[in-house]
Design a protein around this ligand. Structure first.
Ligand code: ADP
Ligand code: MG
Length: 247
């Protein structure tokens, strides 16, 4: 069932005189991958930072589920259902894959200090971690030390750690960066699995992957949306050709 899980309206972020994000609106739907593309400096990461609460917008509103989360702290936005993987890794390399996912799941457990709830919360946290590991396709690497698994598996692990917080909306910043062909194919399959239950916003430079995966695209240049639509519409858009794809 399709529904809008996150809706941003007229988001603007100024850094001094520069509008890094300028009146951008975007809807993220359950069951859809929404790719945000554009040249370096277009404002893609700033947009992701606004949606995750890492930056407060200068103006505009963000609605997550039923909540107006504009100006909320990242922890609160995360609790409200938004999961974000960062380009910079949060993986603790000396720990095993399982321990990393388990820790991420723990960060979401309610009232961890309440001893009365501990037994049920312990089981629930393990289940959450187990589900995330399976969805990310990493069960067979459970006991491997995170620092020893491949680059592609570390990126899968980051996604598993994000999934362990049970988000409804996933923001993924360049999940394919630095991957070889086989790793990239595996990640594309993983992202396709994820969209069944999540709304996904994908910031990605690999255009083959973007056009293979995206149900909707937003093209940004200099902080502004120059085109938005289906892959077919974006491919045919003369402005996009001129500003970006034709480069
Ligand atoms: P993209 O991710 O599309 O490459 P960014 O969102 O990182 O683009 O950057 C958009 C613009 O905002 C760039 O001109 C960048 O230099 C500027 N910018 C980003 N973050 C900051 C900041 N914290 N302070 C000042 N300028 C910034
Ligand atoms: Mg960026």
């Amino acid at each position: 069932m399709s529904e809008v899980l996150l809706s941003a309206r007229n988001l603007t972020k100024r850094f001094g005189g520069l509008a890094a994000v300028n009146e951008v609106s975007v809807d993220l739907w359950r069951g859809r991958i929404h790719a945000v593309i554009g040249p370096n400096g277009a404002g893609k990461s700033t947009l992701a930072n606004l949606l995750s609460g890492d930056l407060a917008p200068t103006s505009g509103t963000i609605t997550l589920g039923e909540a107006n989360v504009t100006g909320w702290k990242p922890e609160s936005v995360s609790k409200a259902g938004l999961g974000r993987s960062y380009q910079k890794t949060n993986i603790f390399l000396p720990f095993t894959v399982w321990e990393n996912v388990r820790l991420a799941a723990q960060s979401r457990a309610p009232h961890p200090a309440r001893w009365l709830r501990r037994a049920t919360s312990f089981a629930a946290t393990n289940e959450r971690a187990q589900r995330a590991l399976a969805l990310a396709g990493l069960e067979h690497r459970k006991d491997a030390v995170a620092g020893t698994v491949s680059h592609g598996e570390q990126r899968q692990l980051e996604i598993a750690m994000t999934l362990a917080t049970e988000p409804r909306v996933l923001l993924l910043d360049e999940p394919l960066a630095g991957m070889g062909t086989v790793e990239a194919e595996r990640m594309v399959e993983l992202l396709q699995r994820l969209k069944a239950e999540h709304a996904v916003m994908l910031v990605e430079h690999d255009m083959d992957a973007v056009f293979a995966l995206a149900d909707r695209l937003t093209v940004m240049v200099n902080g502004q949306v120059i085109a938005s639509g289906t892959p077919a519409q974006i491919r045919a858009d003369a402005n996009v050709q001129a500003a970006y794809l034709g480069e």
